[in-house]
Design a protein around this ligand. Structure first.
Ligand SMILES: C[S@@+](CC[C@H](N)C(=O)[O-])C[C@H]1O[C@@H](n2cnc3c(N)ncnc32)[C@H](O)[C@@H]1O
Length: 233
């Protein structure tokens, strides 16, 4: 499996940004996974563990994975021993097949540098989900990846071809006071909506729902959340 390195220095920088949109995204993801009390749920790319915390509060048995040591350390400060938090190595989720009832993933897939990488993540998540298990992931809205939003803006160099996959672009985050957190190594990759959605049936999922997430202050929806279930139920 390929691994897109997350620059460890991002941790401090990332934590400065205005993440108020999580208050809008998390309820959509949590609605999609439904009742999770006593269910096994993993957060893929858990970062500092904000969504992990909400899963723990809903009394799920929670697992959190991230490829950054620093992010896992931050998450452990927040969550203590209330969830099993681990660095992910070589893209392998350290769980047996058919273990989880649900996997959530917030703002991770558009960091992948190739369609193949996103495919591998789908396959690995599919492996550890039980049949019928739910995958709910949020990404920045791929139709609007060259737009400015209230909490971030994207910088495309040159003209964007919507259908060209893995175009790299810089994203600039905003603090609550409106000033920008700029880091040239903050990079995401553009994929069309169909590229993302077709990965579900191609990798053993049944597509269930697409939610375009509106955030107050933006005329366009900055995010989408996609729900699929593992086929074979
Ligand atoms: C933009 S942050 C989002 C963090 C968290 N999900 C949140 O909503 O606050 C992206 C996170 O995904 C992690 N990440 C990026 N690519 C990954 C991959 N291929 N596998 C696991 N984690 C990854 C990064 O280390 C980082 O913590």
């Amino acid at each position: 499996m390929t691994n897109n390195a997350w620059n460890e220095s991002h941790v401090g920088t990332y934590s400065q940004y205005d993440n108020s949109e999580l208050d809008v995204i998390h309820p959509v993801i949590l609605r999609m996974v439904g009742e999770i009390k006593d269910r096994k749920v993993a957060d893929y790319g858990c970062g500092e563990g904000k969504l992990v915390q909400e899963l723990v509060e809903r009394e799920a048995e929670v697992f959190g994975y991230d490829l950054s040591d620093s992010m896992i350390s931050e998450a452990k400060k927040r969550i203590k021993d209330k969830a099993a938090l681990k660095k992910i190595k070589s893209g392998v989720i350290p769980l047996p097949n058919n273990t989880l009832d649900a996997v959530v993933s917030n703002l991770v897939l558009m960091m992948c540098d190739s369609v193949e990488h996103i495919r591998e993540i789908h396959q690995e998540i599919n492996r550890v989900l039980k049949p019928g298990g739910i995958l709910a992931y949020c990404i920045t809205h791929p139709a609007f990846t060259d737009k400015t939003f209230t909490t971030y803006r994207n910088i495309f160099i040159g003209n964007r071809d919507y259908f060209q996959t893995a175009q790299q672009y810089q994203f600039v985050l905003r603090r609550k006071d409106g000033t920008e957190v700029t880091d040239e190594s903050f990079l995401d990759y553009h994929y069309s909506l169909s590229t993302y959605l077709n990965l579900s049936p191609e990798n053993g999922f049944n597509f269930r729902e697409l939610c375009e997430v509106s955030v107050p202050g933006n005329s366009l929806p900055p995010y989408i959340v996609v729900k699929s279930t593992k086929a074979g139920f």
